[in-house]
Ligand binder design. Structure first.
Ligand SMILES: NC(=O)C1=CN([C@@H]2O[C@H](COP(=O)(O)OP(=O)(O)OC[C@H]3O[C@@H](n4cnc5c(N)ncnc54)[C@H](OP(=O)(O)O)[C@@H]3O)[C@@H](O)[C@H]2O)C=CC1
Ligand SMILES: CC[C@](O)(C(C)=O)C(=O)O
Ligand SMILES: [Mg+2]
Ligand SMILES: [Mg+2]
Length: 337
């Protein structure tokens, strides 16, 4: 089925400029949305708990910071950009009691709606604006006059105008410069979780760590292994980003291309594809969501242990040493968050 893609000319920025927006959370996505909405002429306030460490960052940028309940009460469009596992509590305690007829409840990812963790009332619009990239790059691209593509979805159209509102919001954060695709909460949630688990984060991290281990365990220098499997990966992915896998293959040597064509499918073997399908199944049937919610409720013991193990992987120390010598690589994540 053909997708609908919208660009700046399709969006009416005045719609979002006529709303009072509360952004709940000021992390990776929250800071990017808030600052770009403000720069697009939108009336924004930030909702953060009294003790939140994000408060100072938002205030430093001249944004008005209220509690989540105050911000929700004042606004007529509430965008929830707090961690997925915390959203249902914030919704119950701070947002739901302040929802009025005609308000809009927005999400940056469909997790809580897809897995029925939040059930909004029928008198509000429920929509999503989900940039397809990390928040810090969403902001950096906006400032550079570019944009990160975004998905929009409407779960509930109480006003009859929810799609135009979502598109207007997406344009205000730069998404419509690159392209805004209409989807559903289910499609966004399932593809986003699959992408980050199997390819972008889980798949790529494991591929890099394993490649580094194979080279160093065989006696090669960690510095050479680092450049080979991590640093150069960005350069290769840049070529894919610019012109697809074909462009990448055009630019590499024919020796590399022959290795790519014949050895790639041995690394990502049919067994790996089967495992990817299992991972997708766990996303579709809710197994992953239940596991993650339970892990968070238990205080994240497994998450913390695995994160620490990752930080201790030898590739991190090697990489830090080498990046410290390349002044242009270690760009601060942003000036603001
Ligand atoms: N990271 C990304 O680039 C992407 C994220 N998303 C989605 O965006 C949403 C936000 O994720 P992300 O930006 O990574 O989140 P972060 O973890 O970067 O930031 C979360 C923010 O929420 C704040 N927060 C924590 N608890 C509360 C609370 N009770 N009330 C209000 N604010 C609170 C945190 O404040 P404090 O500093 O006090 O902890 C912080 O400012 C999620 O739905 C995620 O799936 C979608 C696309 C990409
Ligand atoms: C790839 C991870 C992501 O889905 C994203 C930046 O888009 C996330 O949840 O952070
Ligand atoms: Mg994503
Ligand atoms: Mg995600």
């Amino acid at each position: 089925m053909a997708v609908e893609i919208f660009y700046d000319d399709d969006a009416d920025l005045s719609i979002i400029q006529g709303r009072k927006v509360a952004v709940i959370g000021y992390g990776s996505q929250g800071h990017a949305h808030s600052l770009s909405l403000r720069d697009s002429g939108v009336d924004v306030r930030i909702g953060l708990p009294e003790g939140s460490k994000s408060r100072a960052k938002a205030e430093e940028q001249g944004l008005r910071v209220l509690t989540p309940a105050e911000a929700s009460a004042e606004a007529d469009l509430i965008m929830i950009l707090a961690p997925d596992t915390k959203q249902r509590f914030i919704y119950e305690q701070d947002i739901a009691p302040n929802l009025k007829d005609g308000d809009a409840l927005f999400f940056g990812h469909g997790f809580n709606i897809r897995y029925d963790l939040i059930k909004p009332p029928s008198n509000v619009d429920v929509a999503m604006v989900a940039p397809k990239g990390p928040g810090h790059l969403v902001r950096r691209q906006f400032v550079d006059g570019k944009g990160v593509p975004a998905l929009i979805a409407v779960e509930q159209d109480a006003s009859g105008n929810a799609q135009a509102l979502a598109l207007s919001y997406a344009a205000a954060i730069g998404g419509a410069r690159a392209g805004v695709i209409k989807t559903t909460f289910t499609e966004e949630t399932e593809t986003d979780l699959f992408g980050e688990q199997a390819v972008l984060c889980g798949g790529a991290s494991a591929l890099v760590q394993t490649g580094f281990e194979v080279l160093t365990e065989a006696g090669y220098a960690p510095e050479i292994a680092y450049f080979e499997v991590l640093h150069e990966l960005k350069l290769i992915v840049d070529l894919m980003y610019e012109g697809g896998i074909a462009r990448q293959r055009y630019s590499i040597s024919d020796t590399a291309e022959y290795g790519d064509l014949t050895r790639g499918p041995r690394v990502i073997s049919p067994a790996v594809k089967e495992e990817m399908k299992k991972i997708l199944g766990e996303i579709q049937d809710g197994t992953f969501a239940r596991e993650w919610v339970a892990e968070d409720e238990a205080g994240r013991p497994n998450f913390t242990k695995l994160e620490e193990q990752g930080n201790q992987h030898p590739i991190e120390a090697t990489g830090k040493k080498l990046r410290d010598l390349m002044s242009w690589v270690d760009r601060p994540i942003t000036e603001t968050a």
